[in-house]
Design a protein around this ligand. Structure first.
Ligand SMILES: Cc1cc2nc3c(=O)[nH]c(=O)nc-3n(C[C@H](O)[C@H](O)[C@H](O)COP(=O)(O)OP(=O)(O)OC[C@H]3O[C@@H](n4cnc5c(N)ncnc54)[C@H](O)[C@@H]3O)c2cc1C
Length: 429
């Protein structure tokens, strides 16, 4: 089976009958691939299984692919986020699943159009993230919050000398910074390619171990309406990021706002001897610096609220405006960034969820009320991953897969489904 082909040309070898489960996952970003992986883990060992993943661009084609790859379980004021420990641990688990697939890659097991086999660099590019404190007021709150941390992602309060030990020439405005030694910077597209390969490997293993047919297929195809999929699947899981409300079934019904972010890649010029140390952390401040290597950094991000520009391409005007905004913020803590050279900019659209008492949480749940299916198919939404999709995708993908397999929305914590009480959903159905 090819990795990318037109679904209308593809005929699955798995029969659509009572002893097979057929799922469509729409979107191959963090959300979609996490759900696909967890469906493979939680589906019945007795029935055949087919998971068709649809993405109009391909793996990591939208926000996930351009994200900064910064991963830690804390808010900007270093408070543990909702279910932070579960999210963090599940993420580490999924990262190691992807890392194992990268190590075990055998050419030809996925199609030639994948760049997967050309990936020489590891998924995790750096350990440790340092957050600087920029105002007195925030510094007090952060110092207080930093007293509580999760077990395997601790927080250390550093003074200027200690911070500069980690990052020479760092500017530490208030003589204080918070260091997260176990936090990670990853290469998002490497991760997603490897996670997809892990899904394919897992399907092969399930075939052998349980003598049943298991398929994971990726179709590079745009889904314009959910009617297109009617009658083919037991469940459809919608993981379309900021583009979800382009589906007519959801237009104007979801409590999501869009926000475009530009990320700039900067490199250190070949003649500069001052490489960024391999033990120096990535940096969070009013702008972030996600160091991908000793001579490559991603600098982000802008926040263009309500933008509907889905394109990952950034024109010259937009990139120069982004640089004008980001460089002063980044150089306020890491002045040497001005010696780095701009290479290119890319952008993604975040799907921002509403603020709840627990913070801004992704929105999950069964959405049959909006789709009104004429058959038994269940439709599920996994959206609104906001600006922390990498942290949330693994744990919530696991919860959602459980809900899908058991046909039971009650498996999901009420915090994630409470959005369905909002007027925008209830009164537009
Ligand atoms: C600039 C920027 C930097 C970020 N940095 C970080 C970070 O450092 N750490 C972090 O945790 N989070 C970060 N985020 C947030 C994170 O990227 C998102 O929360 C996450 O990518 C959302 O994942 P998703 O799978 O829901 O959506 P997406 O990644 O947008 O995936 C949706 C997929 O659906 C496909 N699709 C859409 N419509 C259709 C259709 N009609 N038919 C078929 N396919 C379709 C798209 O091609 C896409 O591949 C960042 C976001 C941005 C924009």
């Amino acid at each position: 089976m090819k990795t990318m082909l037109n679904a209308r040309m593809c005929i699955s070898t798995i029969p659509a009958n009572n002893c097979s489960a057929r799922y469509a996952v729409l979107g191959a970003g963090f959300a979609g691939l996490s759900v696909a992986w967890h469906l493979l883990q939680h589906s019945s060992k007795d029935s055949h299984l087919c998971i068709d993943i649809y993405d109009e661009v391909g793996i990591g084609g939208a926000a996930s692919g351009v994200s900064g790859g910064l991963l830690h379980p804390y808010s900007p004021k270093v408070k543990v986020l909702w279910r932070g420990e579960d999210c963090w641990n599940e993420c580490l688990r999924l990262l190691s699943v992807a890392e194992r697939a990268l190590e075990a890659r055998v050419p030809d097991s996925i199609s030639q159009d994948s760049s997967f086999f050309c990936m020489d660099e590891p998924i995790v590019c750096r350990r440790g993230i340092l957050r600087t404190m920029m105002t007195e007021k925030n510094a007090e709150i952060m110092k207080e919050n930093a007293r509580t941390c999760i077990e395997n992602c601790n927080l250390e309060l550093l003074d200027k000398d200690a911070a500069q030990n980690l990052v020479p020439r760092l500017h530490v405005p208030l003589n204080a910074a918070v260091y997260m030694p176990q936090a990670l910077s990853i290469r998002p597209t490497h991760y997603l390619q490897a996670l997809f390969a892990a899904c394919k490997n897992q399907a092969d293993e399930l075939c052998v171990s349980f003598s049943k047919k298991v398929e994971v297929n990726l179709y590079k195809e745009s889904i314009d309406t959910l009617c297109e999929l009617a009658g083919k699947y037991n469940a459809v899981i919608i993981c379309l990021g900021a583009k979800v409300d382009m589906l007519p079934e959801f237009s104007g019904k979801l409590p999501l706002r869009t926000c475009r972010g530009v990320v700039a890649q900067l490199n250190l010029s070949a003649h500069s001897r001052d490489e960024y140390g391999c033990n120096s952390p990535s940096i969070l401040s009013d702008a972030w610096l996600s160091f991908q290597g000793p001579r490559t950094v991603l600098m982000g991000s802008t926040w263009d609220w309500s933008s509907k520009n889905y394109s990952s391409s950034v024109c010259e005007d937009e990139s120069s405006m982004a640089l004008q905004e980001l460089l002063p913020k980044a150089s306020a803590v890491y002045p040497s960034i001005r010696e780095w050279t701009f290479i290119r900019a890319r952008a993604g659209l975040r799907a921002m969820p509403p603020l709840t008492n627990f913070g801004s949480l992704p929105i999950l749940g069964c959405v049959n009320d909006a789709v009104k299916p004429k058959n038994k198919c269940m439709y599920w939404l996994f959206g609104g991953l906001g600006s922390r999709g990498l942290l949330y995708h693994a744990f919530l993908g696991k919860l959602l897969a459980r809900a899908v397999v058991s046909d039971d929305e009650m498996v999901l914590p009420p915090e994630l489904t409470s959005w369905k009480q909002m007027k925008v959903w209830k009164y537009n159905l």
